[in-house]
Each structure stands twice: as structure tokens, then as C-alpha cells.
Design a protein around this ligand. Sequence first.
Ligand SMILES: [Cu+2]
Length: 437
Amino acid sequence: MRANRIRHARSRTAVLGLAVAALAAGLTTGAGPAAAQPRTAAAAAADCSAAYRIEQKLAGGTTWRMCWRYDGMAGLVLDDITYQPKGEPKPIKVLDSARLGQIHVPYDDGKAEYDDLTGQDFAKDLMNLAPGECPGGTIKTVKVPDQYPGIDPNVKGLCTTTRARGHAYRMQGDSANKVYQAQGKDLLVYTVNQVGWYEYMTEYRFQDDGTINMNVGATGTLSPIDYDAGDGRGWPIGKGAKAQATSHSHNVFWRLDFALDGSTKNRVEQYDSTVTPRGNQTPTTKTVRTKVTKELAGDAKTYRWWRMVSATGKNKDGHARSYEFVPGPTTRYPGRSFTKHDIYFTQYDKCELFASNNPKCDRAHPKDVDKWVGGQTLTHPVAWVNVGFHHIARDEDQQPMPVHWQGFSIAPRDVTAMNPLTPAALAGQNGNYTGGS
Ligand SMILES: [Cu+2]
């Protein structure tokens, strides 16, 4: 514990020092701090021995399996994620890998801008978890790659546990007292990483119905060096008009490499619905599919959604398996070209790992995700999801700061022929089952 305090006190000082140095040099981006740090060696091949395997069978009969590893910049990476609901003879592959792609933090006064993953030691500052914050679960020891000398690289930092999420479904049966209901369970996998005064929770929740939720929560402490924004760029959090915490954005990117049914040759589809008013008659709504065959910078809007479709797998109804992107609330930051779009689909390139200030290419290559949308045909699409949160501090943010969450889900669409949690008594009710009665 003591070592940890020293370590984090040191890294906070380091962040502050570098930020000040960057300001003194007239820099307004995180490029300075990033350049000052050692580069991480290329990721080693995934080790999926027992210590790196996560397998959880949930109460509803669904089993999730995956491998975890820890990247020197991205932090927690989940590989080879499969979903096996009850009744499926073998695991159904969903993702080759799920990871954060960046946390970009620009301040409203224009004086600071950070790329937390590639420039601020996000991964190195993995936090030890107290037993009480992983109730009913297991805290695994993570070895942080390329840790600074003198700092213990082994951190009890990865929690895997299960959590209740309330109703999975409810349905009144034919007889008066028959209620079909089930309480849903999630497998929860998370880490906590400190950046400056913030602590970020990186959460993956795997539901027993096949949905995966990916969220980042920010908590910890408001940055105490930024308490002087009195010109509409901050909010007073001390007595009267004192201590104006500078507002800022947290723009979080996730990088998802799908491999539905074990193949990376997935197809991307966009759906748009148009509602047509008809005077006093009920309006009609028509939904149109657009195949996304080339790289895309996608803009969310109402009545628009995307899905990733398996090139090979079909469910028992003969429908192509897919996962649908379900957006969470977002405030899209228009200040940088890479944050201007909500989702990017790029052709797989092994050096494209971070959505901004990507340091992983050893060849001339653009640094930001928007520049990777260049008209290539998508034969192996990688999805980048961008969720922004504009943080205007409030009195309640101290102290500690309540967790504020941002994220999204991917939900199965036609992965199974019915609700994977369907009780046996209703298993025949697929399609037009009431037609004959
Ligand atoms: Cu914030």
C-alpha cells in the first residue's frame, strides 16, 4: 500500500511537471509528455494459459469465455471472446479483441489536452483493488509491462465477478398465476487505472442474453491545478465564486476487432428509417439497409444504427448472425478531426491501435483514426466507437468524485433463433406460433 502511494504521488507530480513544461513551451497537445516516455515493445503473442483465461457460466445457462492480457498502453485487452448460450453445442466466437482505443481529454480553456492512453501512463498506473470492490469474485494479479524501475509491476488489479442486473424478462402466462420471469446475471470484468488525479474504471459486462456492455467510469479527484476558470469555462465548486474547476471533455474510444463465428471477414450494414406523416392517418415508417463496403466515418442520428454481420454463421432459423451497436449517450466533441464522428469502420491494419496519437506504427502512417478512413474495401472491418462526455464540474464532484459513466453496448441480433434465456415451456413459440389456434 505504502509503495503504491509513493508511486502514485510520483506519477501525479510527473504528470503535473510535464503539463507545466508543455505549457511553458507553448504546446497545447499531449505530444510533449508522450514523446518523453519510453515506448512499449510490440505486444507479445497472446498467452492464454489457465492464468489468463476467464470462463463464467451464468445462472441462465450462458457461458462466456475469453482470454485477458495487459497491454503497456491500452491496459486491459480481452481476446478471443466467445458466447455459448444453453442449447448451443459449441461456443460462438464474437470478438478477436476488445480494448480501449484512447481517452482524449481536452480542457475548455484550451490550455491542456491529453491522450491518456498513449501520453499519460494510463496502463502503468494500474491500481490495486481492495477485496471489497470485487464482491463474490476473483482479483487476479496483473504484471504491468515495462514498468518503471523500482516500482513493483505486479498489481492485484483485475476483478472478475458476477452481478445481478434485474429483470432479464417478464411475461404473464396463459394461466392466471403463471408468470415467466428471470433475473439476469452479468459477468463483470474490470480494472481501475489512475491518470493524474482521476481514476478510470474500464468495465466490460457480459450479459447472460448475449449483450456486451463496455463502459468507462471516471472518478477519483478533480484536478486541483485547474481551479481558475472564471470566464464561462469553469464552474465554482468552492464557497461563493471560489475555485472555478475548468470544464473539459473525456472522449473515450473503444477498438473492436470482430470475428463472428470465428471469421474476421465480417460485413458492416447501416440501417436508416424514414417516418412519413400522412395527415390524420398513422404515419408510416420505412427502414432501408445500406451495405458499408468501404471504410466509413459514421455519424449517429435518430433512426440510424449499424451492425456487424457474420460472413459464415447462421442461427437455427437460417438468419445471418450479427451484433448490433447500441449507442450510449454521447457529446461528440467537434474540436478535433478524430472526434468528429461517432463510429469508424477501418480495414484491419496491425499498426492501427490508438484512435489519436497512435504510436504503434514503425512506418510513415497517419496518427489518427479519421485519417485511416481512406476508401479501402472492408474485408476485415475494425470498429472504433467514440463516446464523449463534457464534464462541467459540480459541488458534488468533491470528494471523492462520484463515478460518471460513458459507453455503449453490442447486442446480439439473430445470433440465436430465440431469446437465449427462453424457458423450456415456451421453446416452441418461435415465429408465427399462434397462427393455428
Ligand atoms: Cu472529468
